[in-house]
Design a protein around this ligand. Structure first.
Ligand code: 5GP
Ligand code: MG
Length: 196
């Protein structure tokens, strides 16, 4: 797996240090009670697990699923598939929701979730992302909390995948271009997209 990597953009030590600081800020800004922390699966699970253990607030946890990003292409259509939304809506009712996702790219995923949960009786809906890409749509979304601003590039690791792989890398990394190209050629040969 290591031989597929081009460079490490953010090291595990840098992630850990930043999460300490971010959680200290969030602990003060979030309500002390009535918070439901909502990891956005699958990509947000690693970040959410590390973040929640640093928060002093009394909180419950409810997961929601979203997918919008096959391979390395952007979700330019704005189409987002949500999973487990009914349970998430029920968990959000009368609570302060904190959505925790891996990365803000077009903002379609968190936008769709924020709207759906706000409409189902949440007292408030806040968003927290590990990464925010340097592009207008990501900045315009204005997430409540963000750990790192990164260049507008495709990244993997710490929860983020390429065709289902690399989520277990401990840092944020970029893949070698030939690894991405090889996967895209294989997908084309099999008459499908690069994966989900
Ligand atoms: P958005 O809806 O903001 O366009 O995209 C958010 C979702 O797309 C993220 O939760 C993530 O699953 C996926 N995504 C966006 N950019 C990247 C990226 O650079 N790498 C990976 N692995 N996934 C990404
Ligand atoms: Mg995601």
């Amino acid at each position: 797996m290591q031989s597929d990597l081009d460079q490490i953009l953010i090291s595990p030590a840098a992630i850990s240090a930043r999460l300490d600081a971010l959680a200290a800020q969030m602990g003060k800004e979030l309500p002390r009670e009535g918070v439901v922390l909502m990891p956005v699966l699958t990509g947000g699970m690693v970040f959410a697990a590390d973040l929640m253990r640093r928060l002093p607030n009394r909180l419950t946890i409810a997961c929601v699923g979203a997918s919008s990003y096959p391979g390395v292409r952007t979700a330019s259509s704005g189409e987002v598939h949500l999973a487990g939304l009914e349970q998430a809506r029920a968990a959000a009712r009368g609570k302060h929701v904190l959505l925790v996702d891996d990365i803000l790219d077009t903002g379609h995923t968190l936008g769709a979730l924020r709207d759906a949960l706000a409409a189902s009786g949440a007292l408030s809906v806040r968003t927290c992302v590990l990464l925010r890409k340097d592009r207008a749509a990501a900045r315009a979304f204005s997430a409540d909390f963000c750990a790192f601003d990164i260049p507008d590039a495709f990244v993997v690791g710490y929860g983020l995948d390429f065709n289902g792989l690399y989520r277990n890398l401990p840092g944020i990394c970029m893949l070698k271009p030939e690894v991405v190209m090889r996967a895209q050629m294989q997908a084309k040969a099999h008459g499908q997209g690069a994966g989900a």
